[in-house]
Design a protein around this ligand. Structure first.
Ligand code: UD1
Ligand code: MG
Length: 452
């Protein structure tokens, strides 16, 4: 089916006071991404010709976040929050030259799926006005979809304005409303604020459309998809739903998880097939895990590229700029930041590798620290191919360890080391035979004297 082009309006001007936060509601994050960007992402499947986000005058930060993600979005300011209908009226001017369908969504419903929006778009091809409804477990507070005797949708009644009979209806308005371009101006101009809230309700367009003899239709979606986030508790519920979806998606793609409920994904996490993720792993933004890799228990990973068959953890922390090539091993209590670790290299125990380049098959011993920061600047440590860094060494950057070189355990390395050389930078060991015996007997004697 060829679809009529559409414009999308995302309403986001509400104050969100129930979040009890200084941050605008729609900037609160799900899987590390502001809610409003989830809504914007979902509508991309409609290939909208215009995208409008309606904000209130004090929402500069929202504007910044939205435009940084997508500079084709038009920001419209609603001077006062006089209702959802008023918010759409404010966007009307930006649509003066637009003749396609107009679809309105809420910025605080971040779980709407592309499939549902596509079904809705299909409905809009044959209807003048459409709405996405859902069966609410508890309909209190939602607008109810009212039908006539033949089942046609003739109105949406807001909870506060509904009669007792109407309140028994559990088919509710999700907030997504669509209008054909030819009817949009008429419908929007006809809205009034003559209701229990004294607000301009967008939902009134249904009754107006029905009275004009326009064709009104609805599709139904899952209640989960239209969860509106108004409180911190609802935010955590939305996060849980998102995470469950992400886990299911990963497993569908061939990722093995021992305890999926304990693994947390970011909105952009990419995990290829045949990756094993053990329990209690958290992925922050910007992670790509290649096939065959194993992420062992209790790892925290962000901004990292993990190569094929690499093994990470348990208890590893990978920070932004980490690139692990094929078959690299990063073990327990190891932190890596802004470092490239080449094929087959090992950093197995208790190390910090930051601002570094590690050559293929190098071995970094337990407790090795790259001293990358002098209090003002960060410096690079380069470790050559096949180099061997003895345990408990400090590599004071900037410093370069040549290919195949050895660093003796416990060294503090401040100067470059040539390839295949040995560097030992520690106090020389001195042994004094019999010293301990003499020391002990002297002290035992003194102690006796003191007691007498
Ligand atoms: C709305 C619907 C209701 C539906 C419910 C679903 C109306 C009148 N009611 O009610 O039928 O069942 O959502 O969750 O539409 N907003 C603005 N400007 C305003 C007012 C609101 O941009 O002046 C934005 C808010 O930021 C929010 C959205 O519109 O993203 C919805 O507003 P809200 O006040 O939460 O509407 P509800 O009372 O929940
Ligand atoms: Mg709401």
């Amino acid at each position: 089916m060829t679809h009529t082009p559409s414009a999308v309006i995302i309403l986001a001007a509400g104050k969100g006071t129930r979040m009890k936060s200084t941050k605008a509601k729609i900037l609160h994050e799900i899987a590390g991404r502001p809610m409003v960007l989830h809504a914007l992402d979902a509508v991309d499947c409609l290939e909208p010709q215009k995208k409008i986000v309606v904000v209130s005058p004090d929402m500069d930060e929202v504007t910044r976040v939205v435009v940084a993600k997508d500079d084709t979005v038009e920001i419209v300011i609603q001077p006062k929050t006089l209702g959802t209908g008023h918010a759409v009226q404010c966007a009307g001017e930006a649509l003066a030259d637009f003749s396609g369908n107009v679809i309105v969504l809420f910025g605080d419903t971040p779980l709407m799926t592309a499939q549902t929006l596509q079904r809705f778009n299909d409905l809009m091809q044959s209807h003048d006005v459409g709405v996405i409804g859902f069966r609410a477990g508890n309909p209190t507070g939602y607008g109810r979809l009212i039908r006539d005797g033949s089942g046609n949708i003739i109105a949406i009644r807001e909870h506060k304005d509904a009669s007792a009979d109407e309140r028994d209806i559990d088919f509710c308005n999700s907030g997504v409303v669509g209008m054909a371009g030819k009817d949009f101006p008429t419908l929007i101009e006809a809205l009034s604020n003559d209701n229990a809230n004294g607000e301009y309700y967008l939902t009134d367009v249904i009754e107006i459309a029905a009275s004009l003899g326009l064709k009104v239709g609805a599709i139904e979606c899952n209640e989960e998809e239209v969860l509106g986030v108004n409180t911190q508790a609802q935010l955590s519920t939305a996060e849980a739903i998102y995470q469950n979806r992400a886990r299911a998606r990963a497993m569908e793609n061939g990722v093995q998880m021992v305890a999926p409920a304990t693994v947390y994904f970011s909105h952009d996490t990419v995990i290829k097939s045949d990756v094993l993720i053990e329990p209690n792993v958290v992925f922050g933004p910007g992670v790509y895990v290649s096939s065959g890799a194993t992420i062992r228990a209790f790892c925290h990973i962000e901004g990292a590229l993990i190569g094929k068959n690499a093994i990470v953890g348990p208890y590893a922390r990978l920070r932004p700029g980490t690139v692990l090539s094929e078959a690299v091993k990063v073990g327990n209590f190891v932190e890596i930041k802004n470092a490239e670790i080449s094929k087959g290299a090992k950093v197995n125990h208790l190390s910090y590798v930051g601002d570094a380049k590690v050559g293929a098959a190098a071995n970094i011993g337990a407790g090795t620290i790259t001293c990358n920061y002098d209090g003002f600047n960060k410096h690079l440590t380069e470790i050559g191919e096949g180099a061997f860094i003895g345990s408990n060494s400090s590599l004071v950057a900037p410093v370069r360890i040549g290919d195949g070189a050895y660093v003796g355990s416990g060294s503090v390395i401040t100067k470059d080391v040539n390839r295949n050389a040995l560097a030992v930078g520690r106090g020389k060991q001195k042994n004094i035979d019999g010293w301990a015996e003499t020391y002990r007997s002297k002290n035992v004697k003194n102690k006796k004297v003191a007691k007498d």
